[in-house]
Ligand binder design. Structure first.
Ligand code: DAT
Ligand code: MG
Length: 137
């Protein structure tokens, strides 16, 4: 067993489009455990900490603006290999090329702007998960 925890965010586009329930249903159907869940309106400092690895990239400022455009649902999720497993459920970053069957592939829309509105975030490693969970919970 490799039970672990990850941070999942239903981003502002997911909350605004009323997809929180659909996304939670997919997570629950997969068998992962909801350990904690909260609605958060993050300020710039929290987002700068969360997205520190992307500081200086061209999409960094638009990404922070988007993430401040409305509330996100932050989820502490537990399960065997849940870090890899949730990213598999989410699909790849760009909703246009994300595989059908994934959250981003089935539900993500290309607004012609950028790929930042891709519904969900999931930590990408145990180190990221520990760091990000401490930022959001
Ligand atoms: P992921 O969310 O799949 O882990 P990431 O960590 O590389 O992707 O990037 C974080 C977020 O930043 C991503 O969900 C959307 C946005 N983003 C990434 N690459 C981008 C790009 N080339 N243009 C616009 N937004 C981008
Ligand atoms: Mg990432």
């Amino acid at each position: 067993m490799a039970t672990e925890e990850t941070l999942v965010l239903v981003k502002p586009d997911g909350v605004a489009r009323g997809l929180t329930g659909e996304i939670l249903a997919r997570i629950e159907a997969k068998g992962y455990a909801l350990v904690d869940l909260r609605l958060v309106e993050p300020d710039r400092d929290r987002l700068a900490a969360h997205y520190a690895e992307h500081e200086g990239k061209p999409f960094y400022e638009p990404l922070l603006e988007f993430m401040m455009s409305g509330p996100s649902v932050a989820i502490r999720l537990a399960g065997n290999r849940v870090i890899e497993g949730f990213r598999s459920l989410a699909g790849t970053t760009d909703p246009t090329s994300a595989a059908p069957g994934t959250i981003r592939g089935d539900l993500g829309r290309d607004w012609g702007l950028a790929v930042q509105q891709n519904l969900v975030h999931g930590s990408d490693s145990p180190e990221s998960a520990a760091r990000e969970l401490s930022i959001w919970f």
